[in-house]
Each structure stands twice: as C-alpha cells, then as structure tokens.
Design a protein around this ligand. Sequence first.
Ligand SMILES: C[S@@+](CC[C@H](N)C(=O)[O-])C[C@H]1O[C@@H](n2cnc3c(N)ncnc32)[C@H](O)[C@@H]1O
Ligand SMILES: [Zn+2]
Length: 433
Amino acid sequence: MLTLSPKTLSSSSFTLHKSQNPRRKSPNSGRFRSSKWRPSPISVKSEVHIERDLEFETGDTFFRHESARGRDLGVLSATLYKRSIGSLRVLDAMCGCGIRSLRYLVEADADFVIANDANDENRRIITENLRKVERGEGDERKWVVTHMLANKAMIERYMIGDFFDLIDIDSFGSDSAFLRDAFNALRLGGLLYLTSTDGYSSGGHRPYNSLAAYGAFIKPMPFGNEVGLRMLIGGAVREAALLGYHVTPLFSYYSYHGPVFRVLLRVHRGKLHEDRNYGFVTFCHLCGHSNTVRWDELGLMGCACSDTKASSSLVVSGPMWLGPLHDASYVNEMMELAKEWGWIGEGIGMDLEKLLSIMIEESDPRLPPGYTKMDEVASRAKMNSPSLKKMMNALVKEGYAVSRSHIISNALKTDCPMSHFIRIAKDEMQRVD
Ligand SMILES: C[S@@+](CC[C@H](N)C(=O)[O-])C[C@H]1O[C@@H](n2cnc3c(N)ncnc32)[C@H](O)[C@@H]1O
Ligand SMILES: [Zn+2]
C-alpha cells in the first residue's frame, strides 16, 4: 500500500509512454447530458503517467497533463482545509482516470473520496489507480467509485444529508447546470472547485451562451480571459444567492491550454444584501479605459473621454464578479504549504512560486477588473512602451495600485485611468536614467 507523504512528492507531471490524450471525441465533446449516451469503445493501450511521484494510468479516459498545475492548486487547498477543520470528504464529480481523487487521498490525506465519472468504461482505470490506497471497509472506507451524472451524484448525497467538504467539478465547456446541486451537497464553509473551458463565451463571441450559462451578457473586451474567471465566479454568486448563501473566491486560475478557467470558492451561509462585487464592466474602444458599473448606476453609463453620457464607443459586459480574484491571505497559506512540500523553485512552466506571488499581488482590493496590455498602450501612445518594472514603479510613485497579471505576462492591472497611464508611460520613455 502507498505510504508516500506529500513532502516526498516534488516532481511535476510527465508521461512514461507518449500520451495520445485528449483525443477521444464524442457527442458533446465527452460531456454527458443523459445516461443514455455511451461512448463507442476504442481499445487503446493504457499509458502510465507520473504526477508528483504518483504513478497512474489513463487508458482511454480524458486526461491532460497540462492540468497538473490546476490539480496542484486543488491539493494544496484541500490540505489547508484538512489541517484547519480536521476532516476532509471529497466528491470528485468528473474524475476521468481518478488522478485528482488519488492525489486528494494521498497528498491531502482525505478521509473519504467519491470518484465519480459518468462513463462507466473508466471504471477499471479509476479503480486500478485508487487501489494504491487501501480502500477500507464500512465506516473506515476511504474511497468509492461511482458512475452517475454529476448532478445525480450530488443530489443523491444531498437527499440523505451526506455533505462534502470539497466538491471538484472538472467539466468541459460552460456547463453550469450543476452549480445548484453542488451548493446543496456542500458543507457550509466547504470548498467548491469549478472549471469552465468556454473561451468563446469569455471572449464575448457567444453572449447568449454566457447569458444562458452564467446569466452574464459578455461582449469582446481586451481582457477576455480575466472576464472568463469573473463570469464563472459571477454565475456561482447568483446561484448561491438563490439558495441563501454567498461565496468568496479563494483563488482564480486561468491557463491557456484549453483554455481552462478554474476558481476555488468558499461557500458561506447568508445572502449579501448589497453586493458591491457583482455588477458590470465597461470598456471604451475610443480611449481604452475600462470601468465598473453597479446595478444602481446602469442609467449613468458613459466614458470620461466623451462629452455625452451615451457613448457609442462603450461596451458593457456583465453582471459578473467585480471583487478580488483571490484571497491574499489564503494564497499566502498555499505558498507556505508549497514551500513546506518543496514544490517551490522547480522551474517548470510558469513556476508555482511565480504563479502564487502574482496571485497575491492581484488580490489587492483596490484593483478593478481587467488589465492593460503594454502593446495596446504602445499603439495608443504611438511609441514603444516602457518595461513592466519601470511602469509599475512609476504608477506606485503616483499613488496607484498596480500588479502583474497571472493571465498574460506583458500587462498590468491598475486603478490608473487609461489617459493617465499613457501620460505616465510617455514620461517614462522620455526619462533618461
Ligand atoms: C475534463 S475530464 C476529467 C479529467 C480529470 N478530472 C483529471 O483531472 O484528469 C471530464 C470527465 O467528465 C466526465 N463527464 C462528462 N460529463 C459528465 C457528467 N455530466 N457527469 C459526470 N461525469 C461527466 C467525462 O467522462 C470525463 O471523464
Ligand atoms: Zn473613452
């Protein structure tokens, strides 16, 4: 049986045999809408992968090793939860080959995990992978494998009052139909780890789709990938309010492969009566300035660059989450744990330390939604742009809040209006050091 401790787990994800995943295409890209559909059986030689020293197989299941960072973040959070509450019961609602379930059991020391995937053809692989952890019997049972639609798996638990500390829904597309069932099956104070892969909606190319999925009418904006995270959180805010709960984002993570939008939310009892963090975002195509608009300000929309209030250059998206994308003190705790486990300084992709430090910077509550790309500033100012570092120092000197963005490297988040931003950038370019 497995006796690995997270401290010994330091390597990143790699494949021993060349992975052909993801490649199985099915109706709805592998998304199950009813229990009637079954994928056509394709026989593929099973592959052995290693992630954080854990060996597992993926066979014909949907698996992406690029998602390892998202799994790392989930495991760090699950562990913090277990350490603070003392217990951890996880519902891995769309488990694929079961790698998340395995990592929650081994690394986060989960007391119990349901590894669910609608596709019962994944059963052998999931069970083989989880077998590394002793299953246990009766009340001591550590894991169970089920094959239900995620909604059914959650409703079933809710109906018998069996609540979970962490529900992980690693879904495709912008399917938000499971939000309500997830809130119902979650313990108060519990964690909900959500995924969306719908880059078309966040890019503003399918406003009626995002409206249906998250209740947000999204138009194209230069910071669409941040909008994708805010739209996902906003959808959860709305659904939670319906049930008399409210949610706080602990971290939000955009990853370009896919693209994938992930958010970890903590669920609390009680509605927020006046939610300043749920509203609209504007972007002015004329001057490049973006702003936020609350529900009670909808009739007052305009951009400072135009004389009239009704400015045709202004596009509006929302409602969505307007508050911080992450909770700084929580991400600091994740960083401490990552250090304790030797996960810092591995130099793979955007390393974890850099990702978490930028998330901490981005958590400043003074920072509004969106980011300013330095290329855009250069083209508006008709000049080269100063380095990020110079620009950050100059903005801070002028009293503005500023941070890098984990989403895009050559951009800054700031509360500085675009016209001042351009003026400061010009000054910086003229300055002789
Ligand atoms: C993105 S993959 C999961 C990958 C896995 N969580 C990982 O980290 O490697 C999504 C999985 O959800 C399953 N699935 C799709 N629709 C589902 C539904 N409505 N209920 C439960 N499982 C579903 C698919 O069979 C697929 O294995
Ligand atoms: Zn304007």
